[in-house]
Ligand binder design. Structure first.
Ligand SMILES: [Zn+2]
Length: 194
C-alpha cells in the first residue's frame, strides 16, 4: 500500500467516525426530549384527573381536561352534563372555551390538550375545528370514542387539519376512576331497589 492510499483510507475512517458520533449525539438528544415529554404528559394528565374528581364530586361521570400552551395551563374543564342539563358541558368543550378566551382566538394552534377519556364525536370535532395540533388521552372509550375506537376523527385525510395523538398516559388511574364511579353508581341503584 502506498502512502497516498493509506492517507485516503484514514480520512474515510475519520469521516465515518465523526458521522457516527454525530448520529449518536442526535439519538441521545431525541431520547432525552422524549423522556422529558413523557414526564410532562404525566404531570398534566394528573391535572386533568384533578378536574375529573370535580365531576365525580357532583355525581357526574368523572372526565377531566386541561389545555397547555407554552408550558402553562390556559384552559380547564370537567364533565357537568347533568348539572348544567346540557350536552355541551363536556370537559373538552369547557376547556376549549376557556383557552380561546385566554388566547383571544378560536384557533388553538400550539396547544396540547389532555383528557382523561377518549373524546366523543362532538369533542373530537371541536378539537379539529380549533386546530389543536396535539391531544393526549388517558383511557380509551370503546363504545363512544372518536380517536380510534368507534372511528378516528383526528386522522381523516380529507379534513384540512389532522391531530397528533398520544395514547395511554396514566391509563390505569384514568380507567380506575371511571370504574370506581360506575361501581358506586350500581351499588347505589341496587340499595335503592332493595
Ligand atoms: Zn365529548
Amino acid at each position: 500500500m502506498n502512502e497516498m492510499t493509506e492517507k485516503r483510507l484514514e480520512k474515510i475512517r475519520q469521516r465515518r467516525q465523526a458521522k457516527e458520533e454525530k448520529q449518536a449525539q442526535a439519538d441521545l438528544e431525541k431520547k432525552k426530549a422524549e423522556e422529558q415529554q413523557k414526564k410532562e404528559d404525566i404531570r398534566y394528565m394528573r391535572q386533568a384527573l384533578t378536574q375529573a374528581k370535580k365531576a365525580m364530586a357532583l355525581g357526574e361521570t368523572p372526565i377531566g381536561c386541561v389545555i397547555v400552551y407554552e408550558g402553562k395551563v390556559i384552559g380547564r374543564g370537567y364533565n357537568r352534563r347533568n348539572t348544567d342539563k346540557s350536552t355541551l358541558s363536556h370537559a373538552e368543550i369547557t376547556a376549549i372555551r376557556k383557552a380561546s378566551k385566554v388566547l383571544g382566538d378560536w384557533r388553538l394552534e400550539g396547544c396540547r390538550l389532555y383528557v382523561t377519556l377518549e373524546p366523543c364525536q362532538m369533542c373530537a370535532g371541536a378539537i379539529v375545528q380549533a386546530r389543536i395540533p396535539q391531544v393526549v388521552i388517558g383511557a380509551m372509550n370503546p363504545k363512544a370514542g372518536c380517536a380510534g375506537s368507534v372511528l378516528n376523527l383526528f386522522q381523516i385525510e380529507q379534513f384540512n387539519h389532522q391531530v397528533e395523538v398520544t395514547y395511554d398516559v396514566c391509563k390505569d388511574e384514568c380507567s380506575k376512576m371511571l370504574k370506581d364511579f360506575f361501581q358506586g353508581l350500581r351499588r347505589r341503584l341496587k340499595t335503592e331497589k332493595e
